[in-house]
Design a protein around this ligand. Structure first.
Ligand code: ADP
Ligand code: MG
Length: 691
């Protein structure tokens, strides 16, 4: 066989012809390198066979191997079975497979088979019922007496794990020569890592579980490091553009604070200081502000915006929906009454001339703070001196529409705010190029929210206490998963539910309806009536999920709670308990599977958003949590972002140190890393300054 290289087509590997290479290609394996990096998904332990005479009949699982001395195929009766007797020279066992008639053509007298399973005793004879079995007629005796790790590769339609193992085995001896080293021996030793070639080999053929997990650790580290290198490079690039430095003086600080009818909390103070320090620099801030619902992020955003205005620049504040944009606009307007700060709202529902006027004022520098939806940045909105962009409630982690607004001239400072606490893992990955600030305590004087979990039958009993609260002047949300019930759905929709509530149990109260398919103006009108108290009960689809703030609304009933995601439920619940009164959240649901059960239990158990977020990520797994590959991260083959969090941190530390020392990876000892970067990230060249 010719000398193999990493990029040699897999067809030239021993045992691979055109047909096999076609099948391998379907698994994404085209080259020798692909093959070496195609790892077993897991290993099965094949236990060595025990002497039949040593079996007690009380073991959990055992393996025995012996000659088949007789067979019997019982075809008739209510429970047909296939049965045989095994003799290994020390004793005999009976083996029986119910409905095992198909085995009659496979298990014949005189062959040797191994069976493994849980033994039992029947009429003083040891027997196995429905065990796993394998033909070991050709297997040498010594192989049967040693435990063995059997690799299980992700198989293809026509390519079994065993065949893949054979093909991989053909190149494994050359791993040491083929797989390049990324680092010198010292770097690897300092971190207690295996060498990369040894790790690749051990991923396929470990001596034992410990060696396999060491190998996995090394390769997971490599993936984390590469990912963090890309993040470090991207960040380096972003902060290399100039931004307007926004100077802070004691007088400005005092004037801004005087705008708020309350003192900032200690948590808000800390965050405001971090932000002001960032804004004072002439490179753009990239900061993520996390704070549970109601923590008081809007105030922090406004503080930052006013700092921009004090420096004669403009700020844009963006919300994910028009309702929220309008709400921000109203709140900000209230804080700014009788100030000279000029603010404007820019949303889709506005008339053409009003809109044109706003756009002109923005371009001419006649507006200081503009509030709008994300359309603000996707459309051709021009600013005279934009210095700060605040993005509120960015739930869709993957969707980071940042580039368009950053395209021109000075880079604006950038503040993302999220009320969905971001698990540590994501803070280091999807948001890995942002600094993080956290508001970890709510403003004082808030009531507590009790959460109760009940079945559909329990609702009637709860409604009595809901009526009492309503009669006492409180307000309530009833949340439903769908707008209108479709034929094949058993969900009560908000529309029908409103009817039922308004004519039934809540007929003494005013019940309104809001859902996602209403035109924005209508939604806004309904919200206004709810805020004013002229609607007491709001039957709603999930549109109320984000950001709405009605302090008198202290009751939330979530129907079909099992249909909602954990983060979503947490968001929903955050709509209540915003006043001084204690609030109650009633989850009505019938969780049918353990995960749905767990979700509701977590929610009933804690209101710590970070705990909930971690749990959510754990329950859903990163793939689903992120949404369909929107997150812009490469697929990780080995690393598990949740389980390997410590490695992720280590990789991050190392990657940022490498980039700080060698920003374009031009040093000789970084050349392999550079190649790997460029390969793993198509945009890698771009990150490396186009070289
Ligand atoms: P978030 O955007 O984090 O969900 P908001 O900024 O909307 O929270 O604030 C929630 C409520 O708390 C608002 O009604 C706001 O007026 C109030 N609030 C914010 N900061 C303070 C504070 N320092 N002291 C008292 N109330 C505050
Ligand atoms: Mg908010």
């Amino acid at each position: 066989m010719a000398q193999l290289e990493l990029d040699t087509a897999v067809q030239y590997v021993k045992g691979v012809g055109p047909a096999r290479s076609e099948q391998l290609a379907q698994l994404g394996i085209r080259t020798v390198e692909d093959l070496l990096l195609y790892f077993p998904r897991r290993f099965d332990l094949r236990r060595h066979a025990q002497m039949i005479s040593s079996i007690r009949g009380t073991e959990q699982t055992v393996t025995v191997a012996g000659e088949v001395v007789d067979v019997h195929n019982q075809k008739f009766g209510s429970r047909p079975y296939f049965q045989c007797t095994l003799d290994d020279g020390t004793g005999c066992v009976g083996v029986k497979w119910f409905h095992g008639g198909y085995l009659a053509s496979q298990i014949k007298p005189d062959m040797c088979i191994a069976v493994s399973g849980r033994p039992s005793i029947y009429r003083e004879v040891i027997q196995f019922i429905n065990p796993h079995w394998a033909d070991v007629t050709e297997t040498p005796q010594q192989d049967l007496s040693a435990d063995e790790l059997l690799p299980v590769y992700p198989a293809g339609a026509k390519l079994s794990s065993m065949v893949i193992a054979k093909i991989a085995n053909a190149v494994l001896p050359q791993t040491g020569a083929l797989i390049p080293r990324w680092f010198d021996a010292r770097y690897v030793a300092e971190r207690g890592l295996m060498s990369r070639p040894a790790a690749v080999a051990a991923m396929h053929k470990p001596q034992d579980r410990r060696q396999w997990s060491e190998a996995r650790r090394r390769l997971a580290y490599d993936e984390c490091l590469l990912m963090q290198l890309a993040i470090a490079l991207r960040r380096m690039k972003e902060v290399s553009r100039p931004a307007h430095p926004l100077r802070m003086t004691e007088q400005i600080d005092r004037r801004i604070r005087a705008r708020f009818p309350f003192a900032l909390t200690a948590a808000q103070d800390t965050v405001v200081r971090q932000i002001a320090a960032d804004l004072g620099r002439s490179r753009p801030m990239n900061r993520l502000l996390q704070g549970d619902v109601g923590a008081g992020k809007t105030v922090v955003a406004l503080y930052a915006a006013l700092l921009a205005v004090a420096n004669r620049t403009q700020a844009a504040i963006m919300a994910p929906t028009e309702i929220l944009a309008a709400q921000h606009f109203r709140k900000i307007g209230a804080y700014l009454t009788r100030s000279k700060v000029r603010i404007a709202l820019l949303v889709g529902g506005q008339g053409a001339s009003e809109r044109r006027e706003t756009l002109e004022s923005l371009a001419g520098g006649k507006i200081d703070i503009v509030v709008g939806t994300h359309a603000l940045i996707s459309e051709k909105v021009r600013f005279e001196r934009l210095a700060l962009v605040v993005v509120d409630e960015q739930h869709k982690f993957g969707v980071r529409q940042r580039s368009s607004i950053r395209g021109k001239g000075f880079a604006p400072h950038y503040l993302v705010m999220t009320a969905t606490p971001i698990p540590r893992t994501l803070a280091l990955t999807v948001f890995g190029d942002l600094d993080v600030s956290i508001i970890d305590a709510l403003p004082p004087g808030r009531g507590k929210t009790a959460t109760r979990l009940i079945g559909p039958d329990g609702l009637k009993g709860e409604l009595e206490s809901v009526r009492k609260r309503l009669a006492a002047g409180q307000q309530a949300y009833f949340i439903y998963p769908l707008v209108s019930a479709s034929d094949n759905s058993d969900l009560t929709a908000a529309e029908e539910a409103r009817e039922q509530l308004a004519t039934g149990p809540l007929r003494d109260f005013r019940v309104g309806l809001i859902h996602g398919q209403m035109p924005p103006a209508k939604k806004e009108a309904v919200m206004a009536r709810f805020r004013a108290g002229s609607i007491q009960v709001l039957a709603a689809s999930v549109v109320v999920e984000v950001g709405l703030d009605v302090p008198a609304a202290n009751v939330m009933v979530i129907m079909h709670a099992e249909r909602f995601g954990l983060a979503q439920l947490h968001q929903l619940r955050g709509r209540i308990g915003r006043g001084v009164e204690d609030a109650v959240c009633i989850l009505v649901g019938e969780p049918k599977n353990p995960i749905a059960k767990r979700r509701l239990a977590v929610l009933a158990d804690t209101d710590d958003g970070f705990k909930i977020a971690e749990e959510d990520l754990r329950l859903r797994g990163p793939g689903e949590f992120f949404g369909t590959r929107q997150h812009g991260l490469p697929e990780l083959k080995v690393a598990d972002l949740i389980e390997d969090f410590e490695l992720l941190r280590l990789g991050r530390r190392d990657a940022f140190a490498i980039v700080a020392e060698d920003p374009d990876l031009s040093a000789p000892h970084h050349q392999q890393l550079r190649r790997e970067m460029v390969r793993a990230y198509q945009g890698g060249l771009d990150l490396l300054g186009g070289a």
